[in-house]
Design a protein around this ligand. Structure first.
Ligand SMILES: [Fe+2]
Ligand SMILES: [Fe+2]
Length: 208
């Protein structure tokens, strides 16, 4: 590989990894904001805003479940499996968690409807479902960044990284297109505008 090729490969790798990490941060902050909001609700500090709660669930459903996880399955995990058998148990586990996360998401929506419908244990059940989802997602993202990305650094080729960089850069994303990324940014701004003032700083710096 010439030094120019090596430089291009490094740039693709850095771009792809930066997008994955930024998407993890964006997801993490919305889930954290939801947990803070629910804690305030539980303490009776604020009144429920169901429109906001629904927007947050819509974001969580649309972004990780419809965009982020599928891109990892289709590009990062597939490329790694093609290059090495190392990490295959971890990849199996992570792909299982992508499925489990989608199932938990459906349960989250059900528990929000029960809460909104006035079920006596509605808020506690909704909070328990959100906490379970947050724990799964947090652990999942830590494993991807701590185990899978270092393995990718060790085994992926220049062409793998350049395909990943194209796929993960949403404007040129061949699977999901630019529209989906723009919709997520609009939704994130809407959520940032609806949350109580003290939570706004948590959401504003990311994803805009
Ligand atoms: Fe993932
Ligand atoms: Fe991820």
């Amino acid at each position: 590989m010439t030094s120019v090729d090596a430089h291009a490969a490094r740039a693709s790798r850095d771009r792809a990894v930066a997008v994955i990490q930024a998407e993890h941060r964006a997801l993490g902050t919305v889930v954290a904001a939801l947990q803070r909001l629910l804690s305030d609700l539980q303490q009776g500090l604020i009144e429920p805003d169901y429109r906001l709660l629904a927007a947050m669930l819509y974001y969580i459903e649309s972004f990780p479940e419809r965009q982020h996880h599928p891109k990892e399955d289709e590009y990062l995990f597939k490329a790694l499996r093609a290059r090495t058998r190392e990490g295959s148990a971890e990849l199996d586990e992570l792909q299982g968690e992508h499925v489990r996360s989608g199932q938990l998401m459906g349960y989250l929506a059900q528990t929000l409807v029960r809460y909104q419908g006035g079920a006596p244990d509605g808020l506690a059940t909704f909070i328990a479902a959100v906490d379970a989802y947050a724990a799964l997602l947090g652990d999942h993202m830590r494993k991807e960044e701590g185990v899978i990305l270092p393995l990718a650094d060790a085994h992926l080729t220049e062409s793998d990284w350049s395909a990943m960089a194209v796929a993960f850069t949403e404007n040129r994303d061949p699977l999901f297109g630019a529209e989906a990324g723009q919709e997520m940014r609009r939704l994130r701004r809407r959520i940032a505008n609806l949350v109580p003032r003290k939570l706004q700083s948590l959401l504003r710096p990311e994803g805009d």
